[in-house]
Design a protein around this ligand. Structure first.
Ligand code: C2E
Ligand code: MG
Ligand code: MG
Ligand code: MG
Length: 271
């Protein structure tokens, strides 16, 4: 099939284009169906005190139990959800599930929920969070939102206003995957965040690359001077933990302490 575009110009519609179109259409349709059919589930992974291993928080991590493909990790569908705007609904769903679940835990651990830049740039987001807190009965100081550096690098001032508003109500804010984005120090010091999560790529190289060790030292030092806590992601070995402790990293998360697991009644509830 060929389509003309202005005089003398021919744009060929190639089969691979049709295929791409069909693929994205199907995914968009699938995501909407999945939400309606409650195929998304929330897994929880502990974040612990680096020294005492006491549980500080659980991070909510979305999974898709696909009827044909089985368990899908967020990297395979969150980008598509962001592209289609579906992330707003999906993110609201995760917040609802996570806050309700956390409100039933016997332990006073916080719940950390990932928030996409798309959600944060919506003026409705702050109101959504506050109404979910009210409806679930979870106190605001038990909710922590994980945002990425890229959320804040926009002309739009909604993300900042939203975060400040929620923070004034007691919600805590972490910067996720720190070190992989483009945060400027001046901007960081202006936004009173509560925590900096050091990206797992640095943690994984902490024992083999001096660069990684130095970057982590820099980030933990910076967190201290800005009055924030440093959290290390992706801690898998005792050796990594010991190095992080030596650098004074307050909190840690990783397979060494626990993998993400579904929050079925009992497991988390009874601590
Ligand atoms: P993230 O927020 O940086 O989450 C940490 C990721 O590291 C998770 O991957 C977690 O399972 C993984 N991880 C934890 N400990 C270890 C470890 O010791 N070793 C290794 N190799 N990996 C570890 P996951 O669950 O696949 O999530 C990937 C990303 O998807 C998340 O990265 C987050 O950016 C995004 N995501 C997850 N759930 C949501 C959600 O509800 N909303 C939004 N917007 N994004 C989400
Ligand atoms: Mg996260
Ligand atoms: Mg992270
Ligand atoms: Mg990460």
């Amino acid at each position: 099939e060929a389509k003309s575009e202005g005089p003398g110009k021919i744009k060929v519609f190639r089969p691979f284009m049709l295929q791409k179109l069909q693929e994205s259409r199907t995914l968009e349709h699938d995501l909407a169906m999945a939400l309606a059919n409650k195929e998304f589930v929330v897994y929880y992974q502990p974040i612990v005190d680096s020294f005492t291993r006491e549980i500080y928080s659980y991070e909510a991590l979305i999974r898709w139990i696909h009827p044909l493909k089985g368990l899908l990790s967020p990297d395979t569908f969150v980008p598509a959800a962001e592209k289609t705007g579906m992330i707003n609904e999906m993110g609201k769903y995760v917040l609802e599930i996570a806050c309700r679940e956390a409100a039933t835990w016997a332990v006073p651990a916080k719940i950390s929920v990932n928030v996409s830049p798309i959600q944060l740039s919506s003026k409705a987001f702050a109101g959504i969070v506050l109404s979910i807190l009210e409806e679930s009965g979870l106190s605001a100081d038990r909710l922590e939102l994980e945002v990425t550096e890229s959320s804040l690098f926009t002309e739009n001032d909604t993300p900042l206003k939203t975060l400040n508003k929620l923070r004034a109500r007691g919600v805590q804010i972490s910067i996720d995957d720190f070190g992989t984005g483009y945060s400027s120090l001046s901007r960081l010091s202006k936004l009173a965040f509560d925590k900096i999560k050091i990206d797992k790529s640095f943690v994984h190289s902490i024992s083999t690359q001096d660069d990684a060790l130095n970057i982590i030292r820099l980030i933990t030092g910076m967190a201290k001077s800005l009055n924030m806590k440093a959290v290390a992601e992706g801690v898998e070995t005792q050796e990594q933990l010991e190095r992080l402790q030596a650098l004074g990293c307050d909190l840690a998360q990783g397979y060494l302490f626990g993998k993400p697991q579904p929050g079925i009644a009992g497991r988390i509830r009874n601590g």
